[in-house]
Design a protein around this ligand. Structure first.
Ligand code: GLN
Ligand code: ZN
Length: 781
């Protein structure tokens, strides 16, 4: 086969939700029945067309495979599962006689229907994107369903574009999959590689026949060391898959994209296969070092795609340094291209839409469209030489220097405070001393509580929208929120819960809530990024030194405490989670930034204590999320992340009960970190796994308060009292009753009131029943 040259500049993928979240709206209208499948298809085609034209206008080639076809209605891993016919058996009814599914079926697999649970969802590498986990059985019958991928390629071609189809590669697909229920012990989806590869062979043949010159196979799993398959098998799989795909006689050229880190030992394996181009993530990863002669020789014969523009973050960055990295890659191969380090899926569309942001801040930023422009600049430098882009490089350097010197970026008072910290600032009194001091809370055995938020009614949302658009005064807004808090407190009293919450009605997104109140953050108008499916978040921008101009939550919590005798739990978001769900400055270590946020929270805790709040929860649902993919980087991360939590909470008096909340139940590598948080009480998710986690916790030596969730808030289903009681008894069998708390899995924000009230009622009833058993002499003895 003859290979056409790889384009000089490209991106690994582009946001697909639409500049104004048009896809979200269309897909949700389809779900609601107000848009037909045809209308949805038309809207999607229009969005793809807008994207192609936009990318071409920004400098990517129209006819050289520079534009990736990275559209997805919901998720790229689900797309791959559908393309290879990996539909779980419970959805067999959705497939046609060839094993294909239509658009309605596709969404049903993503979202579930009745008793048929959707595919599980989990985090995509170290990003905030979530993908659907394919389920693979020993007998999953793979078959090719290339209609959609071929149609999108043809659609582009008809519009005068030669695009580059993108699909998750076979190794990553299986590494990210889980064994289907009922698979024999020891079965791993990667066992099926030899059966899956022929489907990819057929796909590549069909793409070649359709005229595709390059195809992009995404293999990010190759860079991750946090995958539950022996590394040796991963490396071996690379050869199995890509030798076979490379051997196809009539095929498009193969570009293997491996974002989110260095390929390390997977690079020699990949280099040894006949693939034509390989991406190197030079933002998270580094240039390959110490490569053997054979690998060097194979690399020299391939196109190396230098991922030098950060696809993860929104900073304009150091373009000059990026170009130097490109030049360094040129020493490895004569054929080099410039690219983003990852898909641009993780950044918003266009900074030019942010008309309300400070102009100086804007000049330091690059969203997806600006990053495409940067790729185009560097690609021009590659072809015409450095002199041709000197002006652009200088402008980027000037922006960087400006950012460095700008007021607010380095605030002396914040830095002095950090520099003065000592060991004692990270340590509270001994746990036993704290338990004794907290006895004044006078809680019953198995205290009941909730995780913080109560259902966000449409009235609450409307009030917030009206506050933002100016049609509600802040006095009226405060009054409405107080009324809501009073309702929530009264409800909890009536239900008989022990530690109450104010319900968080004043928060839409909790991280955004704190970002708006802290100095050093900015909030965008249109900076949406896809979180999963049609869900988007609008991360705040943490651009400068963080400090707290005034108390953030005290008024709400103090008001809530003033209307009840029961302890009211203050509710804060932890430093790691605030960082994880924001775009964070890239000019200093994350740990330094986290400590700044921690100090602001520490002051808030002092103020809450002064206002009479005796229980304070600091949520860290993202603690595991930021865990680096590379094992070697994990200890340092755990050190600063745990340290920042301890700094935030370390000033609390022994009598203040500090809680934390984590949104998951698989602890694995973070178990010691969770212990080291040294919170008095930790609530976790446990309902779906039927309390499996409690035994692990106990064997790990966890010996503080623990609240394993007894109510799965991800589903509208109301658990019966018996069901909750069974879960509680299971927990009580493993955890001494003095340390056991009773709570739902997570906040109740996304639930409706009816199901919430009923579920909480069952939780209280079940708790009373289990308490009675504890009191019974037989069991107590
Ligand atoms: N306190 C938050 C809530 O209840 C916690 C949310 C979370 O863990 N993601 O909504
Ligand atoms: Zn949670």
């Amino acid at each position: 086969m003859t290979t056409s040259a790889f384009p000089d500049g490209t991106i690994l993928g582009y946001p697909r939700i639409g500049r104004r979240r048009e896809l979200k709206r269309a897909v949700e209208s389809f779900w609601a029945g107000s848009l037909t499948a045809d209308e949805l298809e038309q809207e999607a085609a229009r969005l793809r067309s807008v994207t192609r034209e936009r990318l071409a206008a920004l400098g990517l080639g129209r006819t050289d495979s520079a534009i990736p076809e990275s559209f997805s209605y919901y998720d790229q891993v689900l797309d791959a599962a559908i393309t290879v016919g990996a539909v779980p058996t419970r959805f067999a009814g959705l497939t046609d006689e060839r094993g294909g599914v239509d658009l309605g079926g596709y969404f049903t697999i993503a979202r579930g229907a009745g008793d048929d649970a959707p595919l599980e969802m989990t985090k995509w590498f170290d990003s905030n994107y979530h993908y659907l986990v394919p389920e693979i059985a020993p007998d999953t019958a793979f078959s090719l369903h290339a209609e959609r991928i071929l149609a999108e390629f043809a659609e582009a071609k008809a519009a005068g574009f030669l695009t580059r189809p993108v699909i998750v590669g076979p190794v990553t697909f299986l590494l990210l999959a889980k064994a289907a229920d009922g698979a024999p012990a020891g079965f791993e989806p990667i066992d099926r590689l030899a059966d899956l590869v022929p489907v990819y062979v057929e796909l590549l043949e069909q793409l070649a026949a359709a005229g595709a010159e390059w195809v992009q196979l995404d293999e990010p799993a190759l860079v991750s060391e946090s995958i539950d398959v022996a590394r040796g098998r991963v490396i071996e799989s690379v050869g199995v898959a890509y030798d076979a795909l490379g051997a196809i006689e009539a095929r498009p050229a193969i570009f293997v994209a491996a974002p989110y880190g260095s390929l390390d030992d997977a690079l020699p394996a990949l280099a040894a296969t006949p693939v034509d181009a390989i991406s190197l993530d030079l933002v998270r990863g580094a240039l390959p070092e110490g490569i053997d002669a054979a690998t060097a020789e194979s690399l020299a014969s391939k196109t190396l795609v230098a991922g030098v523009i950060d696809g993860h973050n929104i900073w304009r960055g150091d373009l000059d340094a990026a170009f130097e990295q490109v030049e360094a890659v040129q020493r490895l191969s004569a054929s080099v291209a410039v690219a983003t380090s990852t898909s641009l899926l993780h950044v918003p569309h266009d900074v030019d839409d942010e008309t309300a942001l400070d102009a100086r801040l804007v000049s330091w930023l690059a969203f997806a469209d600006q990053k495409v422009g940067q790729v185009a600049v560097l690609a021009r430098g590659l072809v015409e030489g450095r002199a041709a882009i000197e002006g652009e490089l200088a402008a980027a350097s000037a922006a960087l220097a400006d950012r460095n010197d700008a007021p607010g970026v380095r605030v002396p008072s914040v830095r002095e405070r950090l520099a003065a910290l000592g060991e004692q600032d990270f340590t509270r009194a001994d746990y036993d001393e704290r338990v004794a001091a907290q006895a004044v809370l006078d809680l019953p055995a198995l205290p009941t509580t909730t995780i913080g938020s109560f259902p966000q009614t449409s009235e609450i949302r409307r009030a917030r929208a009206r506050l933002v658009n100016g049609s509600l005064t802040s006095e009226d807004y405060t009054r409405l929120m107080r009324e809501e808090i009073a309702r929530v407190v009264e409800l909890q009293e009536e239900l008989g819960l022990d530690v109450l919450v104010h319900g968080e009605p004043e928060r839409n997104d909790m991280v955004q809530y704190f970002a708006e109140l802290l100095d050093g953050f900015a909030v965008t108008q249109h900076g949406w990024v896809q979180s999963y499916g049609s869900r988007c978040t609008r991360p705040s921008i943490l651009w400068g030194d963080v400090s707290r101009p005034r108390p953030m939550t005290v008024e709400w919590s103090a008001f809530a405490q003033s209307i009840t005798e029961k302890p009211m739990k203050g509710m804060l978001t932890g430093p790691v989670t605030i960082l994880a769900w924001s775009f964070v400055r890239d000019d200093q270590p994350l740990g330094d930034t986290a400590r700044q946020v921690a100090l602001a929270l520490r002051d808030e805790i002092t103020d809450l204590e002064a206002a009479g709040i005796r229980v304070i929860q600091v949520d860290e649902p993202a603690l595991r999320e930021l865990l680096p993919l590379k094992l070697a980087a994990q200890p340092a991360y755990l050190d600063w992340s745990v340290g920042s939590f301890r700094l935030a909470t370390g000033g609390a008096t022994p009598a203040t009960q500090v809680h934390t909340h984590l949104c998951y139940s698989e602890f694995g590598v973070v178990i010691d970190a969770i212990k080291n948080l040294d919170a008095d009480v930790t609530s976790i998710e446990a309902a779906r796994s039927r309390m499996e986690v409690v035994d692990d916790l106990e064997t790990s030596g966890f010996d503080h308060g623990i609240g394993p969730g007894v109510y799965d808030i991800h589903s509208p289903r109301v658990p019966s009292t018996d069901e909750v009681q069974t879960l509680l008894e299971r927990a009580a069998a493993a955890i001494p009753s003095a340390r056991l708390w009773v709570n739902p899995d997570c906040g109740l924000k996304t639930r409706g009131y009816d199901e919430t009230v009923e579920s909480l009622r069952h939780i209280v009833e079940a708790t009373r029943a289990v308490r009675a058993q504890l009191d019974a002499p037989v069991l107590a003895g």
